[in-house]
Design a protein around this ligand. Sequence first.
Ligand SMILES: [Zn+2]
Ligand SMILES: [Zn+2]
Length: 205
Amino acid sequence: MSKSKAQKKALAALNFDLFQLENITPIAPATIDTKIRQHQQQVPVSSPKRIEVSNSRLPSIAELQQMYNRFNWQYFGGKLPAVHIEYSSRMLCAGSCNPREKLIRMGKKYHQIFPSDIEDTLKHEMIHLIHFNHDANFRREARRVGTSVRARSHPSLRRPPKYLYHCKSCGAEYPRQKRLRMASCGKCSRGRKFDLQFKLRLKKS
Ligand SMILES: [Zn+2]
Ligand SMILES: [Zn+2]
């Protein structure tokens, strides 16, 4: 079973190569499918007010605010509060949201590599204004709004890993920042869920 170039690219962007116990709910395939579709179709033009995102230039803060207002009406009935939006040049992930401060930060480095993810990131962070964690409520909203469930970051932007896990069965290595408790190999686990038989082992920390 060979993956297309678009699929591989989409999977790489997802940082979604292993399965953890908490993710048993079948959201993963849907998320990856959405991501692959986005990469293949280059996102359909849905509104005349749509801001074109080009490689050379990221949207201005004013344009991000317009985008925010449009999504607020389109998906949330205009109920989300006014927020402050800014770019962060230090942040390595796609975006972050502080609901208490009503602040959404967009990762500059990430979007310089994946400029077409801007809308996806903004929608994801907008849901965080209502749902702090990636819980069932968050995932339901993400499906409804059509955005990725997982916070994304790009491998080339990550800090050197603190832990190195590996799969005894296939030898795949999983460098991670955080300790993994119950995680199994994404290549070996059956049915896209945690599989004790292929539990990842700590190689070094
Ligand atoms: Zn998130
Ligand atoms: Zn494996």
